[in-house]
Ligand binder design. Structure first.
Ligand code: SAM
Length: 276
């Protein structure tokens, strides 16, 4: 199966009179070289179940199907459904489209009892909430290969003592190994966004931290006032942070950006143990 045999994506958009709706974060990848590179970054996709959010005109979907994946694509914008119809026929039963909002979809309903990878050129306006939703997801979720704005990608993979390090890095790295794979310049998209994007690959840790909701609360307080010492910043979480910090073996005068993944896990455990 070779996606080069399909009509050019630009011609398809024109034939259907479709234009990008910026309110839905629509910046399309029409160059198959880039979408093939994203698909190959995701590893061997032959016969793998994959969830893609926002197929739009289907550039990445074509590359995923060409690589042998079984794709369930969730698209909010109904205008694209007629354009995607021929792709369903071409896929020989390996593509299904769900019209809806990916934030509200229950992925368990889509993937039976198999683990699905998530591979997507994400709409920027909902990229972060979708990532957090998937980090918290249960057993249906496999590895993720996702396009974000470059600045968000850097925040996901950031290490302590850097400006980009914050809540998103701690949450993502509590569940996954996170790697920034490559940057995609703004001009690669139609229409081009204002800034560059980057592909992040997130693979599951052997020892994922299970209490992500609690970790989210702790990191929200800790980084909510990131310039303050933790003994003050954590008052947003609890009236007396100091005993928790000592219990977690963290210096109460430290700042959030100095605390690594294991430190945040210990702090969250101390807070959970002390919470009624
Ligand atoms: N995958 C296509 C590509 O790479 O050319 C389009 C990517 S574009 C950045 C984002 C896509 O997500 C658009 O098709 C948009 O309509 C869709 N979208 C936006 N918000 C969505 C949501 N909440 N749920 C599902 N799809 C959404």
């Amino acid at each position: 199966m070779n996606a080069d045999e399909l009509p050019a994506l630009r011609d398809e958009l024109e034939a259907h009179g479709l234009w990008a709706n910026k309110g839905l974060g629509q910046h399309f990848l029409l160059d198959l070289n880039i979408t093939r590179r994203i698909a190959s970054t995701a590893g061997d996709l032959a016969e793998r179940p994959v969830i893609e959010v926002g197929p739009g005109p289907g550039g990445l979907t074509r590359a995923l199907l060409e690589a042998g994946a079984h794709v369930t694509a969730i698209e909010k914008d109904a205008r694209f459904l007629p354009l995607l119809e021929p792709l369903i026929a071409w896929s020989e039963g390996r593509l299904s489209i769900v019209q809806g909002d990916a934030l509200e979809v229950n992925e368990c309903d889509l993937v039976d009892d198999t683990r699905a990878d998530v591979i997507s050129n994400l709409p920027y306006n909902v990229g972060t909430p979708l990532l957090v939703k998937w980090l918290k997801a249960g057993s249906w979720r496999g590895n993720m290969t996702l396009m974000f704005q470059k600045e968000v990608a850097q925040r996901i993979v950031a290490k302590p003592r850097s400006d980009a390090y914050g809540r998103l890095a701690v949450l993502a790295q509590a569940r996954c190994n996170a790697r920034l794979e490559f940057t995609v310049p703004a001009r690669a998209f139609t229409p081009p966004p204002k800034i560059a994007s980057a592909i992040v690959r997130l693979t599951d840790l052997d020892d994922p931290y299970p209490h992500l909701d609690a970790l989210e609360r702790v990191t929200a307080a800790a980084f909510g006032q990131r310039r303050k010492m933790l003994r003050s910043a954590l008052r947003a979480l609890t009236p007396e942070p100091e005993p928790l910090l000592l219990e977690a073996d963290i210096n109460p005068t430290a700042r959030a950006e100095e605390i690594d993944q294991m430190g945040f896990r210990r702090l969250t455990e101390a807070w959970r143990a002390a919470s009624p």
